[in-house]
Design a binder for this molecule. Structure first.
Ligand code: ATP
Length: 261
């Protein structure tokens, strides 16, 4: 579908088209469309812009990845459809491994996502070769599978758009978990060590830029940033941001688009 440039929600519709195309190409699971819609709704509450609290969360996440021994970025269908080049570049900047890790795993989807990541420039992709499959306890059947060289051995895992059960299993397995999730109330957001409440479409490119700056800092400086961070307090800041925005709109800032009709 061609989206006219002057459509008031052109950008959002183009992003939707990417997800729909990804679903037809077997990259995105059907449930990925629903997850995307839930994300869009929360993005309205942020005003579809990165708030300062998310900038801080992004900074801490990068510091955690840069100071970890074995960082892994978990890739699912939505990420592969929305920002493949960016996730590959971000993994390179933080020296993290990329692992395909799917809630709805099928060989067809793993293959489709592998092609997308390879086209985006990835050279090593974990989670594909069954020779390296291991299982994470506490999760049922296919969702348990992780790569022995990747998530299984990782100290820090970035799981953008993850489901709560898996986040909880990763925490119970002793991993530090970073997530990017527009819903500050999801189980994933509550269970992660660092929750970035932002749209991956904005967060990842911003994190690429920020990682160049943070790489200049010493490991001690980065660790200090992390030590000062409290995820619960940070989620409260996000909720405060969302609620004060809604309050301001409710108290008079909401513009009536029909007033000049
Ligand atoms: P949980 O199991 O953690 O309580 P959930 O059932 O909503 O949450 P999923 O259905 O797997 O979990 O949804 C993934 C999450 O990803 C949702 O909370 C949604 O808000 C979020 N999300 C969707 N699209 C984006 C996006 N583009 N950027 C950031 N977050 C997104």
């Amino acid at each position: 579908m061609t989206i006219p440039d002057n459509h008031p929600r052109a950008e959002s519709l183009r992003i939707r088209e990417r997800i729909i195309k990804g679903m037809h190409e077997k990259v995105v699971a059907e449930a990925g469309l629903i997850a995307h819609g839930r994300g869009e709704a929360y993005d309205y509450l942020l005003g579809e812009k990165t708030p300062d609290c998310a900038k801080k969360q992004q900074e801490i996440a990068i510091a955690m990845l840069l100071t970890s021994k074995n960082p892994v970025i978990s890739v699912n269908g939505n990420i592969a459809a929305l920002c493949p080049e960016e996730i590959v570049q971000f993994a390179e900047n933080t020296e993290a491994s990329l692992e395909i890790n799917l809630f709805y795993r099928s060989e067809e989807r793993v293959k489709a996502i592998t092609s997308v990541l390879e086209e985006a420039g990835a050279t090593t992709i974990l989670g594909v070769d069954p020779k390296y499959h291991e299982t994470l306890e506490e999760l049922s059947h296919l969702r348990r599978i992780v790569d022995v060289r990747g998530i299984y051995a990782a100290d820090v895992v970035l799981v953008p758009l993850e489901d709560g059960d898996r986040t909880m299993a990763l925490r119970r397995a002793g991993k530090k978990v970073i997530t990017i999730d527009l819903n500050p109330l999801s189980r994933t957001s509550l269970w992660a060590n660092v929750t970035i409440v932002n749209n991956v479409i904005r967060a990842i490119p911003e994190m690429i830029e920020e990682s160049f700056k943070l790489k200049e800092k010493s490991s001690d400086e980065l660790k200090e940033l992390i030590n000062d961070f409290d995820n619960y307090q940070s989620l409260q800041e996000t909720l405060n941001f969302m609620s004060s925005r809604l309050r301001e709109l409710a108290e008079g800032k909401l513009e009536d688009p029909t007033k000049n009709l």
